[in-house]
Design a protein around this ligand. Structure first.
Ligand SMILES: *Cc1c(COP(=O)(O)O)cnc(C)c1O
Length: 353
């Protein structure tokens, strides 16, 4: 924990905005996890996104998947649009739309897989191959899968971005972000952005994240096993209209998910039959799933997008994109799976008594 370093120190540190031993440790861990040469850590996932977007200039085009993390969309539209950045949105889960990459010639293709909250799966290798032909870089927001389950750089992406706040740290005790790459020019831009825009994390948060990632493999195995079991069980429940989880055969891109991910991760969504009020009552009845935003921590969370993350979106628009009043997003923690299932069972029995 220091803001500055004695000039001439053998490790070449000068001031913590542009480097700190704790950042170096975390950078090396994230690069190794992602199977990449380089990584740069930031104060949050949003800081990491800022670093990438700030390296573009007025008139540059990003071609983005249409189902994006809300803060990414907000940054594109409410911050960088003012500076002349152009962003076009397409449904990149449909192969017939990949021709837009060739046609629009973006500088950067922006993907997320699985997407938030609908858990769409995008074909990272397929899209990266088309983008390479068109001379476009590809960024994958890898937050929902984590590098333990999915390594975008190995599938041909240029940049793999994580909100380390979620799975990589995994303990819900600090925010952080990271960008991994094999491209020295992009790496130089990330290091520059960290320093020039003041996007660096606190040394202590970098240390916490380095400690958190040591158990990433064990946690991801349990998160995935719990989510698979709970999603499979909920799918058969008479009061549950639909369930979506990448490793259930009912997921529309199940085969692709199995090809590019090692397991399904801890997030699943379920639509309850009933009203918005019943969905909220269900959430409030849960004992082990806390009603909260965020995901990827050791404790189970539940989120009601219609009243929380997507409350500002008009109801018709929300329903149009598949976010109904009864839709719930679950982040399965690492608690005992039978306990979690009993919790869901009790809450369902209560609202449908
Ligand atoms: C949470 C999240 C972010 C933003 O990360 P913060 O650490 O909250 O700034 C970006 N992308 C995805 C997919 C996320 O879930």
């Amino acid at each position: 924990m220091t803001s500055t370093f004695q000039t001439g120190n053998p490790d070449g540190f000068d001031y913590t905005r542009s480097g700190n031993p704790n950042f170096r440790m975390l950078d090396a861990c994230v690069a190794a996890l992602e199977g990449g040469q380089y990584a740069t850590c930031f104060a949050s996932g949003v800081s990491a996104i800022t670093a990438v977007v700030s390296s573009l200039k007025s008139g540059d085009l990003i071609l983005a998947e249409e189902n994006l993390y809300g803060s990414t969309y907000r940054m594109f539209e409410r911050v960088f649009a003012k500076f002349g950045l152009k962003v076009a949105y397409v449904d990149l889960s449909r192969g017939e739309n990949w021709g837009e990459i060739e046609r629009q010639r973006p500088l950067l293709v922006w993907l997320e897989s699985p997407t938030n909250p609908l858990l769409k799966i995008l074909d990272i290798a397929g899209i990266s191959a088309v983008a390479a032909q068109a001379g476009a870089a590809v960024l994958v927001d890898n937050t929902f899968a984590s590098p333990f389950l999915q390594r975008p750089l190995e599938l041909g992406a240029t940049l793999s971005l994580s909100s380390t706040t979620k799975y990589i740290n995994g303990h819900s005790d600090c925010l952080g972000g990271a960008v991994a790459t094999n491209d020295p020019a992009w790496q130089e831009r990330m290091v520059f952005a960290q320093k020039a825009l003041g996007l660096q994390p606190s040394p202590f948060d970098a240390w916490l994240t380095t400690r958190g990632q040591r158990t990433l493999a064990l946690r991801m195995e349990r998160h995935s096993a719990n989510a698979l079991e709970l999603a499979g069980w909920l799918e058969k429940h008479p009061r549950v209209r639909s369930v979506r989880y990448p490793f259930l055969p009912s997921h529309p891109q199940h085969e692709l998910a199995r090809r590019q991910m090692g397991a399904g991760s801890g997030i699943f969504i379920a639509e309850l039959a009933g009203t918005l009020e019943q969905a909220l009552e269900f959430c409030r009845s849960l004992q082990l799933f806390t009603l909260a935003e965020s995901l990827g921590g050791v404790e189970s969370l539940v989120c009601h997008p219609a009243s929380m993350t997507h409350a500002s979106v008009p109801p018709e628009v929300r329903r149009g994109v598949g976010i109904g009043d009864g839709l719930l997003r679950f982040s399965a923690g690492i608690e005992d799976g039978a306990d979690l299932r009993a919790d869901l069972e009790t809450a369902l029995a209560r609202i449908y008594a």
